[in-house]
Design a protein around this ligand. Structure first.
Ligand code: GLA
Length: 726
């Protein structure tokens, strides 16, 4: 059994194939954390109970007989506030008396096969209950009548687990939740490094590593989205860990709004790791009998380095996060008009794109921003989701028929959470956007954010979207989000609920995306937020791919794609070849092939030679699709660590084929490079397709591939394809 409860010892033991997570019900029903890490057997686990240096400053519970116990120095599983544990609290509730003291103790538990859905929130799922086992522990605070349900699901074979928390108010008076983390893990030491993904618009998810120091540290977002600036992912890794060796704990929050990842290292050298909704500005009124569901954290442990941690995330997300038809179906190779035309297009111009695209082998035309209302620039019309038939030269139905007759499928752009100041919708409903009374609203990209906490607003927008999607044969939708939330107040919520607005808005977004999934099950949704400003597992639950960045320069994309790959699989990353001039088409495609591939340019501008290059790239996209989308990723040379080159490879699950890609960012000082490959079978022989040379897997991995003689000019790149010789 992956989850066991030892009645006699009062110990919970959660196992995956590679990791163990252990808790103990201690005296007075305190729930203590004992261990999270490499798999260990059941024997004598109580000895793991952490007891730091007990001092007279350590608060005690006089009912506990074990004299060494204090909530302040032990590893606590889900600590409350103001009752003896001075570290950052997992949950803070202010009760009707105005105080915030809580102390949750074990009350009951249940263990069952499968995994429950989370009300209103995206979460990992299983189709077969045999794929996961769940433990729910109910904890109570007797004084306030608050109850928390800690939910742990173990994906035994994948080496991963998830955690979430539900708070229920069993009292007869209202209470306010001031903070609720989804995950709290106490470690006995802080001797680790922290890896996070920082960025900005055009430079998302660049990995940064630093030693964990004493005191508080962490990352988060307060933008009403997961953001370009920090991703809701963090890894805690042993100090010497690299791609192949050492321990790595990955944490990823399935949430698309304000998040917080915090570390609080304590007086005894230990540290507490917390992840969940950002407590800053969060304030949720919980009426008697009500429950609040906090989002889910995914936790991955690897003792084979950071690379294996990433591969576990990738396998997990491909099967248990991405849903519906597009989880397994091959994604279409699309051409998007944005970089070529912006909003300056006509229906005829797009049809000219479609004709050439079809000849070259592309599969779908995506009409980006500018097809609705009087949207001829970004100053206006968001919210007026009516097709501009004059611009298109026909109805949408007729236009899509023409695209389909050419032989392409059709996709369309929406930005459903936004409203332009200059729009018919804003003139009719100025109170439908987020605002606070008496205060000027900050404007960004000439637009405001719709109040998605309101059902009437959501229903109205969804009605317009539904109409557009029903009138034509639309196969794909790009869902954009081009600013963050400010003056986040709602005209529809009472004063005591204004602290709920960020969370209510993202719940509203999830509701609309869920309706789209249900009403249009074949529709492929690609998420976007000024590029990759909302690249998180919450969005991936509804849309299997996300536009990785508005930056399509392949050299810039290297650090972005490397960072993104720390937890997100290749199939989730929208990656297009564009017209930018820094490198040739070969390097643009070699980098974009690491993702859901497409083009973002005017295909009418191709020379005869370029057309042949593009045709060959499209053939390669088909040839390498499976190894990239379903294979294992190995990062070989990290562009954030090496000033000159980047290299990575994909290996098929059965290790019978591999695709190696390398890019020269600028001419390296040394010519020699023996590139050590990874993930191959040392016993197998592999033929490199272009040269016909045969190598042993062992030689490729241990001696390396001798790259003497490859082009070293700035921006050049190569791909090498290896196939097993049987
Ligand atoms: C965002 C997206 C772009 C494009 C524009 C349209 O910036 O990232 O790809 O769709 O919006 O306005």
């Amino acid at each position: 059994m992956p989850i066991r409860f030892d009645e006699k010892e009062k110990i919970f033991h959660l196992d995956t194939a590679t990791s163990s997570y252990v808790m103990e019900i201690f005296e007075q029903n305190y729930l203590l954390h004992l261990y999270y890490g490499k798999k260990i057997p059941d024997h004598n686990l109580k000895r793991l109970k952490y007891k730091g240096w007990f001092a007279s400053f350590s608060p005690m519970n006089r009912l506990v007989e074990d004299g060494g116990f204090s909530p302040d120095i032990c590893m606590m599983e889900y600590p409350g506030q103001n009752t003896g544990d001075f570290r950052r609290t997992a949950v803070a509730v202010r009760n009707a008396d105005g105080n915030n003291a809580t102390d949750f103790r074990y009350a009951s538990h249940k263990i069952y096969a499968g995994k429950p859905a989370l009300a209103g929130l995206p979460a990992l799922y299983v189709e077969d209950d045999a794929d996961a086992t769940t433990l729910e522990i109910t904890m109570r605070d007797e004084v306030t009548g608050m109850r928390v349900v800690l939910c742990y699901t173990v994906f035994e074979h994948l080496g991963a687990m998830t955690r979430s928390v539900r708070i229920c108010n069993d009292s007869d008076r209202p209470a306010r939740i001031e903070s609720v983390y989804s995950t709290c893990v106490d470690f006995p030491t802080h001797d680790y490094d922290l890896i996070t993904l920082y960025g900005r618009w055009l430079k998302e998810r660049t990995a940064e590593r630093r030693p964990i120091a004493r005191g508080r540290q962490g990352v988060g977002s307060l933008r009403g989205s997961s953001s370009h600036h920090q991703n809701p992912f963090a890894a805690v890794v042993s100090s010497g860990a690299d791609e192949d060796c050492g321990e790595a704990y990955g944490f990823n929050l399935v949430y698309s709004s304000n998040f917080s990842f915090d570390i609080d290292s304590d007086q005894n050298g230990g540290m507490r790791v917390l992840m969940g909704i950002n407590p800053d500005g969060f304030d949720w009124l919980l009426a008697p009998g009500e429950a609040f569901q906090a989002p889910e954290t995914v936790m991955v442990y690897s003792d084979q380095g950071i690379g294996e941690m990433s591969r576990i995330f990738h396998r997990l997300y491909r099967k248990h996060l991405i849903r519906g038809k597009w989880r397994d179906a091959k994604r279409p190779l699309l051409i998007n008009n944005w970089e070529a035309t912006a909003m300056d297009f006509t229906g005829e111009k797009l049809l000219s794109f479609a004709r050439v695209a079809k000849e070259l082998g592309m599969e779908m035309l995506v009409m980006d921003d500018g097809w609705f209302g009087n949207r001829f620039d970004d100053h206006r019309a968001l919210g007026d989701w009516h097709v501009n038939e004059e611009k298109l030269g026909s109805t949408l139905h007729e236009f899509v028929e023409k695209v389909n007759e050419i032989g392409l499928r059709f996709g369309i752009w929406f930005e459903p959470e936004m409203i332009s100041r200059d729009s018919d919708l804003y003139r009719a409903h100025p109170d439908w956007c987020l605002h606070v009374p008496g205060r000027e609203k900050s404007i960004a990209r000439y637009q405001y954010v719709l109040d998605y906490s309101r059902q009437d607003v959501r229903d109205y927008i969804y009605g317009l979207m539904h109409h557009v999607l029903s009138t034509a044969n639309v196969a794909y939708l790009k869902w954009d989000f081009n600013r963050n939330l400010t003056e986040a107040g709602s005209a529809a919520l009472p004063p005591e609920r204004q602290g709920e607005i960020f969370h209510r808005c993202v719940l509203g977004t999830y509701e609309i995306m869920g309706r789209l999934n249900r009403d249009f099950p074949d529709l492929l949704i690609e998420n976007c937020s000024g590029g990759g400003g909302r690249f998180d597992p919450g969005m991936l639950y509804y849309s299997p791919q996300i536009w990785t960045s508005d930056n399509t320069d392949p050299i810039e994309r290297l650090t972005i794609q490397f960072g993104t790959s720390l937890c997100y699989p290749a199939s989730t990353m929208g990656a297009h070849v564009s017209a930018n001039k820094r490198t040739g088409y070969d390097t643009k495609a070699n980098v974009a092939l690491w993702g859901s591939f497409g083009y973002e340019l005017d295909p009418n501008t191709f020379s005869a030679e370029e057309r042949e290059i593009v045709k060959a790239q499209i053939a390669e996209y088909h040839k390498y699709y499976d190894v990239i989308h379903y294979g294992d990723l190995y990062r070989l040379i990290d562009p954030a660590q090496n000033a000159f080159r980047a290299a990575w490879m994909f290996v098929s699950e059965d290790k019978s084929e591999a695709l190696v890609t390398s890019v020269v960012m600028r001419r390296p000082p040394e010519y020699a490079l023996y590139l050590r490959l990874k993930g191959l079978d040392p016993e197998k022989l592999y033929r490199e397709e272009a040269s016909g040379e045969v190598y042993s897997g062992a030689s490729l991995m241990y001696a390396g591939l001798n790259l003497f003689g490859t082009d070293l000019d700035d921006g050049t790149s190569f791909k090498l394809y290896f196939k097993e010789v049987k």
